[in-house]
Design a protein around this ligand. Structure first.
Ligand SMILES: [Zn+2]
Length: 327
């Protein structure tokens, strides 16, 4: 069981989950056990997760009140952080990552999924930063003030002028730019604009599974060349059109590694944001199965460490502020 010991030795980073929305829909909190969903405190512990991105997802239903929606979900995140201080801690800077690692707590990195939450204003972005938000998924599938999402394909719409300003301001503040859900034209605009590595927090390879939410080979190569990381997403539809499985997910990994090396891939499960799951990855507690599958496929210790969290650690360490100096 060499792989099991390995699993719990590594800093595991999951770059995307929707537990904030799921808790609201399912009327549960993180400390509840056996209340459904994919993520709670007990399952995070079993999964060995050291750092979790928690997204305030702005669904289209909340488009007209996106800023308030983001605040509602962030308030829920802070309630959970407060109630569970023994097990969780917010991660706002590189020093916090080390603190989370040393303390054995699960770090929580707050994210907003959907730049409509900014209401078209950099001031709102700056205030989200002060509220601890360190990652912004620029768009969801539709169009917002920053640019077009993947659902707008055919328009060739990329980033707007405001979208470019947001990328530059996020670079300045120390926030991670997330290109998952963004249109292809938008993706290339971000790479042109960003002085820092960017992430695709939850996307797979379009060559392996032709889904619009997955990335082309050219996108993966360019993102990797800029120091970025793709988070492997466990959504069955992004894995295989007819026979999604853990093994087919690893086909995405193999392909991405063959294109751009071991340094550009991580995990972005999308737990609590996906309807279906694949056998072996039913919830976050099952992450050791991923390590076993990696081991059995011939990935070695250093490579597994990079995939499970080392690569996202590198990007976060580079992008986040060294210390949290917010007033
Ligand atoms: Zn998403």
């Amino acid at each position: 069981m060499e792989w099991l010991a390995l699993h719990y030795r590594f800093m595991i980073i999951d770059a995307h989950c929707d537990v904030l929305t799921a808790m609201e829909e399912q009327g549960r909190s993180l400390a509840d056990v056996g209340r459904g969903g994919h993520v709670d405190l007990r399952r995070l512990r079993r999964g060995g997760v050291g750092l979790m991105f928690m997204a305030a997802f702005i669904s289209p239903a909340h488009r007209e009140r996106a800023t308030v929606r983001a605040l509602e979900l962030l308030a829920r995140a802070y309630e959970e952080l407060e109630k569970n201080r023994e097990e969780l801690m917010p991660v706002r800077c590189a020093a916090d990552m080390v603190r989370a690692r040393v303390s054995g707590k699960t770090g929580v990195l707050l994210a907003v999924e959907g730049g409509e939450a900014l209401a078209g204003r950099l001031e709102v972005l700056r205030m989200f930063y002060r509220l601890g938000v360190r990652c912004l998924t620029l768009t969801w599938n539709g169009r917002n003030e920053l640019g077009d999402g993947v659902g707008e394909e055919g328009t060739r719409g990329g980033l707007t002028r405001f979208g470019r300003e947001v990328v530059r301001e996020m670079n300045r503040l120390g926030m991670v730019v997330d290109v998952s859900h963004l249109s292809e034209a938008g993706f290339w605009d971000v790479l042109e604009e960003s002085a820092q590595p960017v992430v695709a927090s939850h996307s797979n390879s379009r060559r392996i599974c032709p889904h619009r939410r997955n990335l082309t080979d050219e996108q993966i190569r360019a993102l990797a060349a800029a120091g970025g990381v793709v988070g492997l997403c466990f959504c069955p539809d992004f894995i295989h059109p007819t026979e999604p499985s853990l093994e087919r997910l690893l086909d995405h990994l193999d392909h991405i590694v063959s294109l751009a090396g071991i340094g550009c891939v991580g995990i972005g499960s999308d737990f609590d944001g996906i309807d279906g799951v694949v056998p072996g990855l039913e919830d976050v507690s099952r992450l050791p199965n991923l390590t076993r599958a990696l081991w059995e496929r011939g990935y070695r210790e250093k490579e597994i460490a990079a995939i499970l969290g080392g690569n996202f650690w590198r990007v976060l360490h580079q992008v986040l502020p060294r210390q949290d100096l917010a007033l």
